[in-house]
Every structure is written in structure tokens, then in C-alpha cells.
Design a protein around this ligand. Structure first.
Ligand code: SF4
Ligand code: SF4
Length: 749
């Protein structure tokens, strides 16, 4: 931008703490026109800003006053007409550093120079204006799928509901009763499935395709092109968003040999008991006799590192339901539950109480370690760590295993293998290698259950999964969202859950799908930078086809052409900037966030001479967690070292290594990157951003060696949003450690 205006607010004590005239001089020297106002958030202050914009004096503004996180509703301007940068003089300077101090003043002056440099490098974004499809595709016609379809149709969207089986209903289609979905929650309820199937058929806006599979999905949110193969052949359709509700299946009980499954016919699964009860009978498979005592073994395979390390979410409640059914229809049968913990969350506690009190079931906390025959036709259930001292076994006529659930997602390992094989097939060194990889790719491409969506994405045909194969993207902040924009997961495929949770999930995912269609129509980013306009621009004339961007984009936004040149699908993009951080050629940028803009901010920092003994420290703070944490610390008037210059970044993954080299060669003494926790329980909004930054920092060593600088000058710290008490100390401690080093010898260059 060319005409930069700086509006300095002297309210909230800023005017008393800083030399405002000097600050004005700094902004003018940087080429901006300057206005000082005693209270920018007042009616008069806002009118002054509007008049500066309307007069055409400025096409970009730095509003230097309170934090960009404060008074957001007041400081809203049309992003297509004006570049506005809010500079937190109050939080980052005057509330957190001593008033009237020369270091405090130097900090404020640097921040003003940096903000001017940033908006100078900025451009106005261009809003995407694309034809957007309104329809929603729902994959999976079980409880969650049908609920999601009804939810989307209820919001006025056409829905295509694709089910692989020959009828709707999914895993819950069999049993005539369910876990309760409505008060009083203390008894089984008639299955909701038959009614739901009728509702779906009557909905009008829902087109159901049973015995059908997705063969291919191309495109991007708002513009997905889907090929469905069904009994009538292939059908092509266009949809705006997708909900995957492919449910879960019981864990393979044949792997639970230690619990007697397979060896003794009277050891059955909860599902098998359901089938029996649905037929109105209760009999031992071995001899057809009615059991006198049934032992229910909880966590059969679940919460077991050898099988399913997670809790399967609904098995305890299913056992309670079955106990109530048995006690109602076969009151003479004794029921006993061997459990590690009973997990019946929410309203299902009422069901638990009913099983304990009404049905008179016997509950014993114990860890079952084996089921064997006792020689008299009965079974012996052995356990340890029982609450009844000295009791280590019990006899039963029927043992029911509460087997856990496995998501019907793509198999993460197989997907990765397929993807790698395809990549080697296309890019392998030798013909033999290529042929070999081609064979693997062909084999895996037909791997049953591997492909559900068959996405035509560079990063693989299905939703990437978290550990244990659940395809969620961020279990803390963004339920339903997956790592493929516009595709949402709902129900037991997303996480182990009971039917009530699956219904809630379906509505959540349908709402997300509709939101996504609407955001795409407005040309705006979806979560987490909701409303953001600028998509990445790639200056492909200088692209070396290194594939870093296509490989590192967490959301599969970039495909590749045959030469390996990235192809942007802008509506898939979440605007994180990770591709920008990855690109060694520095040819990826956003209108308001670019390698150049940050390099200019670094260049705007005044680095004191060596003999002044005032080190300069650059801090890259993730805008989602670390920066808000520092802002929260400022609200509490916590203080930190004034040598630190902060640059908020969209994600640590967007930090391009060139910024580190730039800063070091300008004489900056230390660089700290503060971002989200990474690893399995990552918190990064962009999945692997901080982890990627950490990996890239490994390569900075070369730069440090070349400049003969110590590696202690660079540090990456993981920090969560709520750790605001910690962050000032992190900055202070880093500043102290940098103060102990010799000054960066590149000062003055
Ligand atoms: S900005 Fe993020 S989501 Fe968009 S292409 Fe780059 S890495 Fe992918
Ligand atoms: S990272 Fe940069 S140079 Fe490499 S493929 Fe992507 S755009 Fe091209």
C-alpha cells in the first residue's frame, strides 16, 4: 500500500507512559501521515478514523492503541477497501513496561516502524467469486448419516445420502430397542431407526442411494464433483460439502481368545446377545438351555493396549440396557457385571442406576484375565484386582463380552502406504522401482475398506486419521472438522460414542457443512480464520517443483500437475501459511501476510550498537495460542523484558527460515518461536505447524554455523493458550540467557 496513515491513541494511559511526539516523528519518518487522538474507541475517535479513510488520505491504516483482540466490534472496516493493522501499544508496551523509560519508548517506536512496514507490504485481498453448489453429500445411512441428512435438508439443502448396504439403518438396524434418547433415560427405548428411515423418505429433499459407493470425488468445497456407483451404474453429481458418517463396527472378537471367544460357544458378544434377544429368546448356544447366570465382561478389548487402547464409549450403557431387557423378560436369570469402571456419561447414569437397583444386577469391579470351561458345562471367569478380597473366579452359564468399536474409516496405514507407493510409481528412480510401486498401488487401490471417499487429492484418497483411525482433525477446538476442508465427520466414525451423542454429532457436522457452503459462497475462509479473504498466491515461474508445499499443507489444498507444479484449490485452503513457511523459493504469499512483509518488519527493528548492551530479541508468536496468552498476561499487568520484539504469525508452520537468517544477519541477538504443543496430543490449529517449525529449525544450524553463531540463540517453546501465567517468564528467561552471550557480531551490517 502507498498512502499509510498512523493513528496514535493516547488514551488508557498510553499518552502518559510514552513520548507521543517522538512516536509521531518515528511514524512520519517511516513515511506515514499521523493523527493523534485522546481516545480512539470513542465516537469522535472512530469518526476521525472514518474521515481519514473517506478523504482518501490513507489507503492503509495503523491503529496504534489497544490490542487487536479488544473492541473488535468497533474497529471493523471493509477488508476489500482498506488494509488495517491494529498495534497493541497498550497491552504490549505501556501496561507491561515501566512508563517513561527509554527501553519502553524504544519498544513502542520499533513496533510503530514494524507496523508501518507491514501495511506497506500489504495488498488488498480479492474476494473469490465462484459458483457454489448448495447440495450436501452424506456418506453412510446409519443413525448419524440419516440425522445429518435430515438436518441439512431441514436447513433447505438438497441432500444425497449414499449407503453401501442395500437398506438404511447401519449398525443399529437390527435390535428393536436402543439406548434411551429421551427422558426418563432409565429403560431401553424402541429403536429410532424405522421412524428415521420413514422421515428420510418423506423429507423430499433427500435422495437416497443404497447399495452404492463413492467412486471418485474431485474439486473443492462448494464445488465437489462426485461419482457414485450404484445398481443402475454410475451417476455424477455436484455438491458443496460432505458429511462422512460411516459409523463403526464391533472389534473382531476372534482376537479375544483369552476371553474364551471362539473356544467356548457360550462366550458371545453383546451384539450376538442383542440378536438373540431380538428373536425373543435367551439360550446357551452350546445346548439351547436357558442360562441361570450371565456374566457380562466389560472392556472386552477396549482400554487394552494389545487391542483397542481407547474406551469405546457405549459398551457399558449397552450392557445396562441388556441387563434391563433380561431382567424384564427373564427375571429368573441372574446377571453379573465384571467391570473396570462403569462409564455411562450424561443421562445414561439413570440407566446404570436402573440396572443396579431395578434389575438387581450384581456388579463386581475386577479385571478379567481369562474365561475357561469348568468341565461341568459351565464357564469359569477368572479375574484379578477384585473388590472382593480373595475372590478370583466366578461361574456362569453364558459370558457376554462387551466388545469395543472400531471406526469404519480408511485404514490410515494402508492409505499412507498407497500414497507412498503411488508417489514412487510416478517418481521412482528406476523402472524396476516404479513397476514394483505400481503393483503395490494397484493392490492397495482395491483394498476393501481402504477407500471410502476416493478423493482425487495429492495427499491420498480418504480422510487422514488421528491415532486409532478416527478421522477427526482437532479434538479440542474443532469437533466434526477433518483435515479436508468441506468434509466433516459425524458419529462413531469420528469418535467412539453412544446414539445420543451420534445424533448431536450429526447435527453439528451438518451445521458445519452448511456453514462451509455459505463461507465458500461469500469467498471467505472457513474456520479457524473464518471470514478471511486472501488466498495464497504462488509465483509459479520460479517454482522448482520441490513439492514441499504440496507435501506439508495439512489440508490437502494443493494438488500437483504431471511435472510436480502445485495446483491451488483455493476453497480447500485454511489460510494457515504453512506452505509459505515451507517454500524454499519464497514464492508463496498472501495479500496481507508474506515473506516480504515479515522480512520488512524485521528490517524495521532498530538494532542498538554492540556497546549499548541492549540485545534485541525477536519473538514469533502463534496468533491462536501464544499471542492471545501474552495478551492475557498483559491484562493482568504482567511485565516482560523490553528487548523483545513480537511478530504474531498465523502458525509457527508459516515461519520461513529466511526470516531467521534475515534477523541474525541484521544483528538480532536471539530468536524465540512460541507455538502450540505438538506430537500425538497436539494443540496446533493447523495440525502439524509447530512440529514442522521445529523440524525446519533443525536446518537452521547450517545458517548458524555459516555465521559462526551459537545455537542457543534460537529456541522453540510449546505453549497452550491457557498458559498465560507462564509466557512472560519464558520471554524473560530467554532474554536473560541471550544477555549472557556475546552480542551478535553482525550488528551494524
Ligand atoms: S495456506 Fe495452509 S491450507 Fe492453504 S495451501 Fe498453504 S498450507 Fe495449505
Ligand atoms: S514449495 Fe515453492 S518451489 Fe517448492 S513446489 Fe511449492 S511453490 Fe514450488
Amino acid at each position: 500500500m502507498e498512502r499509510i496513515g498512523v493513528v496514535l491513541c493516547s488514551g488508557c494511559g498510553i499518552g502518559e507512559a510514552l513520548d507521543m511526539e517522538a512516536l509521531r516523528g518515528v511514524a512520519e519518518e517511516a513515511g506515514a501521515t499521523v493523527l493523534t487522538h485522546p481516545c480512539l474507541c470513542s465516537e469522535e475517535g472512530l469518526a476521525a478514523i472514518r474521515s481519514a479513510l473517506d478523504s482518501g488520505e490513507a489507503d492503509a491504516l495503523v491503529l496504534a492503541g489497544c490490542s487487536p483482540r479488544a473492541q473488535r466490534h468497533l474497529f471493523r472496516f471493509d477488508p476489500e477497501k482498506t488494509v488495517v493493522e491494529r498495534l497493541a501499544l497498550r497491552e504490549m508496551v505501556t501496561w507491561t513496561h515501566p512508563p517513561g523509560d527509554e527501553d519502553t519508548q524504544a519498544l513502542a517506536e520499533d513496533l510503530v516502524r514494524m507496523a508501518v512496514a507491514k501495511v506497506e507490504a500489504g495488498k488488498l485481498p480479492v474476494r473469490l467469486q465462484e459458483e457454489i453448489e448448495d447440495a450436501v453429500l452424506v456418506v453412510g445411512g446409519g443413525l448419524a448419516g440419516m440425522e445429518a441428512a435430515l438436518a441439512a435438508a431441514g436447513m433447505g439443502h438438497d441432500v444425497v445420502l449414499v449407503e453401501a448396504a442395500d437398506r438404511l439403518g447401519g449398525a443399529l438396524a437390527g435390535p428393536p430397542v436402543h439406548l434411551p434418547l429421551a427422558p426418563p433415560y432409565d429403560r431401553p427405548q424402541p429403536s429410532r431407526i424405522p421412524g428415521l428411515v420413514e422421515e428420510v423418505k418423506a423429507a423430499g429433499k433427500i435422495h437416497v442411494a443404497t447399495s452404492s459407493r463413492i467412486v471418485r470425488i474431485t474439486g473443492q468445497p462448494g464445488q465437489f464433483h462426485v461419482t457414485v456407483r450404484g445398481p443402475e451404474g454410475e451417476v455424477e453429481l455436484d455438491v458443496g460439502a460432505i458429511v462422512q458418517a460411516t459409523g463403526a463396527r464391533p472389534y473382531d472378537a476372534s482376537r479375544l481368545g483369552h476371553l474364551g471367544y471362539g473356544a467356548f460357544p457360550d462366550v458371545i458378544t453383546a451384539r450376538e446377545l442383542d440378536l438373540m434377544l431380538a428373536e425373543g429368546r435367551l439360550a446357551r448356544p452350546s445346548d439351547g438351555k436357558a442360562p441361570q447366570r450371565i456374566a457380562f465382561v466389560q472392556c472386552a478389548g477396549s482400554r487394552d493396549p494389545e487391542h483397542l487402547p481407547y474406551c469405546s464409549g457405549e459398551c457399558c450403557a449397552v450392557t445396562m440396557r441388556q441387563i434391563l431387557q433380561v431382567s424384564r423378560d427373564h427375571p429368573e436369570v441372574e446377571t453379573c457385571v465384571l467391570y473396570r469402571d462403569i462409564r455411562t456419561p450424561g443421562q445414561l447414569e439413570h440407566l446404570y442406576q436402573a440396572a443396579q437397583e431395578g434389575a438387581g444386577a450384581f456388579f463386581l469391579k475386577a479385571c478379567v484375565n481369562g474365561v475357561t470351561g469348568n468341565g461341568n458345562g459351565r464357564l469359569t471367569v477368572r479375574f484379578e484386582d477384585s473388590l472382593l478380597p480373595g475372590v478370583e473366579a466366578m461361574e456362569a452359564d453364558l459370558v457376554v463380552l462387551a466388545v469395543g468399536m472400531v471406526p469404519n474409516s480408511a485404514d490410515g496405514e494402508a492409505i499412507r502406504e498407497l500414497h507412498d507407493a503411488q508417489h514412487r510409481a510416478e517418481h521412482g528412480e528406476s523402472e524396476v522401482q516404479k513397476e514394483e510401486a505400481q503393483k503395490i498401488a494397484e493392490q492397495l487401490a482395491h483394498h476393501e475398506g481402504t477407500e471410502i471417499l476416493n478423493l482425487d487429492y495429492r495427499q491420498g484418497p480418504d480422510l487422514p486419521v488421528l491415532r486409532y483411525n478416527f478421522p477427526d482433525s482437532h479434538y479440542i477446538c474443532f469437533p466434526y472438522e477433518t483435515r479436508r476442508t468441506g468434509i466433516y465427520a459425524a458419529g462413531a466414525v469420528r469418535a467412539p460414542m453412544d446414539p445420543a451423542q451420534a445424533v448431536e454429532d450429526a447435527w453439528g457436522a451438518a451445521l458445519k457443512a452448511v456453514q462451509c457452503i455459505e463461507a465458500a459462497r461469500r469467498g471467505e475462509a472457513v474456520h479457524p480464520r473464518s471470514g478471511d479473504l486472501g488466498v495464497p498466491e504462488l509465483f509459479l515461474q520460479r517454482c522448482t517443483q520441490c513439492k514441499r508445499c504440496t507435501e506439508e499443507c495439512p489440508f490437502g489444498t494443493l494438488n500437483e500437475d504431471v511435472d510436480g507444479t502445485p495446483q491451488l484449490n483455493p476453497l480447500r485452503c485454511r489460510h494457515c501459511g504453512i506452505c509459505m513457511g515451507a517454500c524454499p523459493e519464497r514464492i508463496i504469499s498472501f495479500p496481507d501476510y508474506s515473506v516480504d512483509a515479515v522480512s520488512r518488519q524485521i528490517g524495521a527493528i532498530e538494532v542498538p550498537e554492540e556497546d549499548e548492551e541492549k540485545p534485541r530479541i525477536l519473538a514469533f508468536l502463534c496468533e491462536n495460542d501464544a499471542y492471545p496468552a501474552l495478551d492475557a498476561a498483559a491484562q493482568l499487568r504482567r511485565t516482560w523484558n523490553p528487548w523483545v520484539r513480537i511478530i504474531p504469525v498465523r502458525c509457527l508452520g508459516s515461519v520461513n527460515i529466511v526470516w531467521i537468517a534475515d534477523a541474525l544477519s541484521r544483528g538480532i541477538d536471539g530468536i524465540i518461536l512460541i507455538g502450540c504443543t505438538y506430537g500425538e496430543d497436539y494443540q496446533c490449529h493447523y495440525i502439524r505447524g509447530s512440529e514442522l517449525a521445529n523440524t525446519r529449525l533443525g536446518n537452521v544450524q547450517e545458517t548458524l554455523d555459516r555465521l559462526a553463531l551459537e545455537s542457543d540463540r534460537i529456541r522453540l517453546v510449546e505453549l497452550a493458550h491457557d498458559e498465560f501465567q507462564r509466557i512472560p517468564g519464558i520471554l524473560d528467561e530467554f532474554a536473560e540467557s541471550i544477555g549472557e552471550l556475546e552480542p551478535n557480531p553482525y550488528k551494524g551490517f
